[in-house]
Design a binder for this molecule. Structure first.
Ligand code: HEC
Ligand code: HEC
Length: 350
């Protein structure tokens, strides 16, 4: 049978294309050609993100470690998987990842679709093999119909699960913080916040914007083309016994201690900080940049460019005054887009 357009009416209805509302001032977000956003794909991804069915003993979902009320981080130094095994890396906030070129602290995944395949089988996370996960979803009362709506097939596979999860994650966009509104002339910053902003940009002082890039308003450089501009050693350590960072992927010792630059959007909600969650507060982070940066062979050029005499083993002293530190903190707190934690579209559908 044919309908008015000459199409067989037995065809599954096409999923409904979804246009992401990008806050004014942010760049457009490219979508992968083989996984464009659809209403049904996002809805399926949201359900999967919150469903404990994807963990071995059905006790954890993605949202166990990426909690909406914590801007999709988990508030813990290290997360613990279903078998009670603790990892050694801090759970990352899921914000604006559709703009990123690398996922994970060491950048081992290049697309959200590739990243999303990792947590389910990971023995220290959800610890469920993909064949088992697929069998569970296939046998579920709801999922086959939801996959059909989203992807035109009732046959579940891990690729489609990853696609749906990625679609949902791409919709988590922050771009309406006080700082963004200030840049759009919709609000003012107070004097301390403004001074902090200037310090953040000041090449001779904070110089934070080299990596937590301001031009895109994404507060990370992870959209840059050149990988050397996307990973940095920010001086936390001079040896790296537990976690080499980017060097784990490139096997190049020059990349020891280099990590993905995290966005600073919603940074006030994602404590503790750094790849190993070593700092509990933003004050501690500021103290690190003020006088804790350790000089080592792979330390980023921008960390010492104003200090040509520093030697390996030295520490950098920025010499920020207590007022300057307070101003920097005030500025960092203007980067919170509270819609991330209140938007019902990002919350659990269960
Ligand atoms: C047991 C806690 C835990 C669970 C469960 C978990 N994650 Fe994560 N997630 C982490 C940790 C820790 C990292 C950082 C790991 C690393 O870099 O090696 C991370 C990193 C990520 C990143 C990279 C973010 C970035 O900025 O590069 C994404 C995306 C992500 N997780 C999505 C998911 C999805 C989707 C699920 C469910 C399928 C999930 N996570 C389940 C703890 C968890
Ligand atoms: C040379 C690049 C670079 C510069 C300059 C830089 N950062 Fe960072 N920043 C990073 C990287 C890389 C990380 C992640 C490091 C890690 O976890 O090992 C980071 C982490 C952070 C974090 C923790 C983020 C999180 O989610 O855990 C904060 C906060 C921060 N930086 C603030 C600042 C401030 C404030 C300045 C200026 C005083 C600054 N940064 C300068 C590269 C840089």
């Amino acid at each position: 049978m044919l309908n008015g357009c000459g199409k067989e009416i037995t065809d599954p209805p096409e999923p409904t294309p979804y246009t992401l509302a990008i806050p004014a001032g942010l760049p457009q977000m490219d979508q992968p050609a083989d996984n464009g956003l659809t209403v049904e794909g996002i809805a399926l991804g949201r359900r999967l993100f919150y469903d404990k069915i994807l963990s071995g003993n059905q006790t954890q979902s993605c949202a166990s470690c990426h909690k909406q009320e914590k801007a999709f981080a988990d508030g813990l130094r290290f997360s613990t998987g279903i078998d009670g095994i603790q990892g050694n890396r801090n759970a990352m906030a899921i914000i604006n990842l559709g703009y990123n070129r690398d996922l994970f602290w060491n950048g081992r995944s290049k697309t959200l679709e590739a990243q999303a395949l990792e947590p389910v089988p990971n023995p220290i996370e959800m610890h469920l093999s993909w064949p088992e996960a697929v069998t569970r979803l296939q046998g579920d009362a709801n999922y086959p119909a939801l996959f059909k709506k989203a992807f035109g097939t009732e046959t579940v596979d891990s690729t489609l699960v990853a696609k749906a999860l990625s679609q949902f994650m791409r919709t988590i966009v922050a771009g309406n913080s006080k700082f963004h509104k200030y840049l759009r002339n919709e609000t003012q910053l107070n004097q301390s916040e403004l001074n902090g902003y200037l310090l953040f940009r000041n090449e001779l002082k904070g110089d934070c914007q080299h990596c937590h890039e301001l031009g895109s308003k994404l507060l990370t450089d992870n959209h840059f083309l050149d990988i050397a501009q996307r990973f940095h050693n920010n001086g936390l350590d001079s040896i790296y016994p537990n976690f080499l960072g980017l060097a784990e992927v490139t096997l190049d010792p020059n990349d020891n201690g280099k990590f993905k630059t995290p966005t600073l959007l919603n940074i006030g909600m994602t404590a503790p900080y750094m790849h190993d969650g070593r700092f509990n507060t933003l004050q501690e982070v500021i103290e690190h940049y003020d006088h804790g940066v350790k000089v080592s062979p792979s330390l980023d050029f921008f960390m010492t460019k104003n200090y040509p005499d520093l030697q390996v083993g030295d520490r950098r002293e920025l010499g920020l005054t207590p007022q300057e530190k307070a101003d920097l903190l005030a500025f960092l707190l203007t980067l919170t887009d509270s819609t991330i934690i209140t938007n019902p579209a990002f919350s659990s559908p269960f």
